[in-house]
Design a protein around this ligand. Structure first.
Ligand code: SAM
Length: 244
């Protein structure tokens, strides 16, 4: 896989046509293909902070880092990216580089991203910048230098392919591939092994998922797995590390 740095860079790979989204409660996207919401109905932005940022020890782990690479399974609306970017702007070291690389089978259209994220005024600036830079026909590798300290790459296609081709060195993973019961592909032993292999020593993962088979797949891959309290009344979530 190339590692382009310019805005709106695309490779000619094709990508499956996006299944139609349904909108519930106004601006809440729902995937009829997977039978699941894109984030929790309570508050997806706060869920992101609890599960993906805190579960990976962020923003504290950014201290003293010159560069930090986050991988995400499932870009969806870009909510996790925008909330992470917002926090990076506040807490990242001056001059440090954040690279957020997400793997997405069905990239959304800019209008869909805009509609979904408009409910959060807190990430207004990030939403506007993302939507303005987002290509009209996202496919292949979309790489956006969004500001001097932040790069977003969305690798379109099945995550198993994208992760396999990515260079190693991920510091943190957001595992966000719909509920495991509805999308086992995003939680398979094979994919979890490839994630582990691409994780830097001391790197981490976090997910809202708590299913036994997900925990076992992550442990079998080599991660040390911890159960924590989930978001908004969810009993458990998982996070863990690749030992240094
Ligand atoms: C729960 S949503 C992700 C939400 C997202 N992180 C956000 O901030 O809005 C799950 C995403 O995984 C994508 N997906 C499902 N199966 C996939 C696969 N096999 N490979 C890559 N992406 C997949 C879906 O298209 C969907 O966008």
């Amino acid at each position: 896989m190339t590692d382009p740095v310019s805005n709106r860079t695309q490779t000619p790979d094709t990508n499956a046509a996006s299944p139609k989204l349904e909108w519930r409660d106004g601006d809440m996207p729902y995937s009829t293909a997977f039978g699941d919401h894109f984030y929790c109905q309570t508050d997806g932005r706060l869920e992101c902070g609890h599960v993906f940022l805190a579960g990976n020890g962020l923003p504290a782990r950014w201290a003293g880092q010159e560069r930090f690479l986050i991988g995400e399974l499932g870009f969806g609306t870009g909510l996790n990216f925008c909330e992470t970017w917002r926090q990076w702007r506040q807490h990242g070291e001056a001059g440090a580089q954040l690279h957020f690389m997400s793997f997405e089978l069905y990239p959304m259209q800019a209008e869909e991203i805009d509609r979904a994220l408009s409910r959060w005024p807190e990430i207004d600036a990030e939403r506007r910048a993302l939507v303005a830079a987002w290509p009209q026909d996202p496919r292949g590798v979309v790489s956006l230098a969004l500001d001097a300290r932040t790069r977003l790459t969305v690798v379109c296609g099945p995550a198993i392919d994208g992760v396999s081709q990515a260079a190693a060195g991920f510091d943190a993973w957001y595992l966000d591939g719909f509920a495991p019961s509805r999308n086992a592909d995003m939680w398979s032993p094979d994919l979890m092994q490839r994630l582990y292999d691409k994780t830097a020593p001391g790197g981490s993962f976090a997910t809202y998922a708590a299913a036994g088979f997900v925990r076992r797949n992550l442990q079998a891959a080599g991660f040390t797995v911890e159960r924590r309290k989930g978001f908004a009344g969810k009993r458990e979530m998982l996070c863990g590390i690749r030992q240094a």
